[in-house]
Structure formats: C-alpha cells, structure tokens
Design a protein around this ligand. Structure first.
Ligand SMILES: [Zn+2]
Length: 83
C-alpha cells in the first residue's frame, strides 16, 4: 500500500485553496494531474493508494490508514476462504 500525504497548497486542498488564486489554478491543476497520473501507474502494478491531506489530524489520518489497511486484509482473506 502506498500512502501519500498531499500538501494542501500543491494539491489544491478544497479547505485551504485560496479562493481568488485564479492564476495558480492552472499550475495547481498540473500538480493534481501529475498526482493522478502517479496513481494510475500504481494501480497498474497492483498497489493500493491512500491519500491523506497535509492538514488532517495525524491521529485521524492514522485511523483512516489503519481502516484502509484492514479493508485490504479483508479482501485478501475473503478470497482465500475461512481461516
Ligand atoms: Zn488543507
């Protein structure tokens, strides 16, 4: 599993994006597109990608990541039958 911490500024976080930064919007769109491109590559090689925002509380993010991790385990064990 690949974990990304997306910078609020560089990845155009909806909570911290400056509302009047029209000039930046195009540049930020390039960053977002690049991030999505990286995601696509990871999907191709079978990796789970999890993104958390830079501004997110680290404990909340950790819980979220743990939940994603266990969701992966459930998928894997579900396909291989009961333990
Ligand atoms: Zn943010």
């Amino acid at each position: 599993m690949a974990v990304f911490v997306d910078g609020c500024y560089w990845y155009a976080c909806p909570e911290h994006m400056a509302p009047n930064a029209a000039w930046w919007a195009e540049k930020l769109a390039v960053n977002v597109a690049r991030g999505q491109c990286n995601d696509a590559r990871l999907i191709e090689i079978g990796w789970e990608r999890v993104h958390v925002w830079e501004h997110e509380d680290s404990e909340v993010a950790a819980e979220y990541l743990a939940a994603q991790w266990h969701a992966d385990d459930a998928t894997v064990s579900g396909s291989s039958g009961a333990h």
